[in-house]
Write a protein that binds this ligand. Structure first.
Ligand code: ZN
Length: 325
């Protein structure tokens, strides 16, 4: 991706559980529980439950895919990240993974790398933001840790998994198993986005809004009455590097024509929203939009709708794969 810093966004938020949560540990079980909550040692203190940044990224990615799919049916505007090209089943037509398509190209053509502007311009909207194999994307999450008093007063309980399945009508196997769920505790985390296009902030804004309203679930057992939470945005900052900007603008506005051609940034719609006065912070000019982010990011949402409706993806990726075969 671009080797210079142009803009960034930083969003601090809290995760306030509504239902019990279970973020599964990959580790061997604690005290005979079949599925236990993931824990970490922080600062050499007592072990505590936490939510890994990778779980949060996965949650926001799959919700972003749903939003994009709801904006266009045919062709579907995003890939299925685990679907190998050539292995498409019914209903998966033209949705092969961007990252696995690049892997296939490299193998077929015996090349080690594909230039990152090309990867970016050939990727589906979601991979452009979240990355894929061999391309790290623009977005990073910190692990979410218990906030304030919850470090001491959080509560983990053992639940009978079969009983949960019976209550929710899920497919019960009948075999007894236990789940360790968090029933009290709130978490805080930070989402960072570097070098954003305006539509990308629009997409994140739509996810955050639904997270505030408790429509997004996290972790294990989403269909079993687990994982519902509400997000509370506690700090939202947008920064521009070494330049003052008065309106929300993204890469297509701030980059040269050549960079726009190389990366295929999506042109911004004419909508403008003024940013509040910035505060200098080193080379950065920071705008705080904690109270106003929904209004400020509205042009980004309009850009997203237009981009998804008009993008010719997956056609360029398909043409690329066929090139010279
Ligand atoms: Zn993709």
């Amino acid at each position: 991706m671009l080797k210079k810093m142009i803009n960034s966004a930083q969003i601090d938020f809290e995760i306030i559980p509504v239902d019990p949560l279970l973020i599964k540990s990959g580790q061997a079980t604690v005290g005979g529980v079949d599925m236990s909550f993931v824990r970490t040692y922080r600062f050499g203190e007592k072990e505590e439950p936490f939510i890994p940044g990778s779980s949060l990224k996965g949650m926001i990615r799959s919700y972003s895919e749903k939003i994009c799919r709801s904006l266009r049916d045919d062709p579907v505007p995003v890939c299925l990240p685990y679907l190998k090209p050539g292995k498409e089943q019914n209903g998966e037509r033209r949705q092969a993974s961007c990252g696995l398509s690049f892997e296939r190209y490299k193998k077929d053509h015996e090349v080690k790398t594909i230039p990152s502007p090309e990867i970016y311009s050939l990727s589906c909207p979601v991979c452009r933001l979240f990355g894929s194999h061999g391309f790290i994307g623009r977005l990073s999450f910190s692990d979410a840790y218990l906030t304030g008093d919850y470090k001491k007063s959080h509560l983990l309980e053992i639940r009978d998994g079969v009983a949960i399945d019976r209550l929710t009508g899920g497919a019960a196997s009948g075999a007894k198993y236990d789940l360790e769920v968090l029933t009290r505790g709130e978490f805080g985390t930070t989402l960072d986005i570097r070098n954003f296009e305006r539509w990308q902030l629009g997409l994140i804004a739509l996810v955050l809004r639904d997270m505030e309203q408790g429509l997004v679930r996290v972790g294990f057992g989403k269909s079993r009455g687990l994982g519902k939470f509400r997000a509370k945005i506690t700090n939202f900052k947008i920064a521009y590097y070494n330049r003052k900007v008065s309106h929300l603008s993204g890469l297509s506005e701030l980059c040269s024509e050549e960079e726009n051609d190389d990366y295929g940034f999506s042109a911004e719609t004419g909508d403008k929203s003024p940013l509040p006065e910035s505060e200098p912070n080193g080379l950065r000019h920071e705008h705080t939009i904690t109270e106003t982010w929904k209004e400020v990011l509205t042009p980004g949402v309009n850009d997203l709708v237009k981009f998804i409706e008009t993008t010719d993806w997956p056609e360029p990726l398909e043409r690329f794969l066929e090139r010279g075969r």
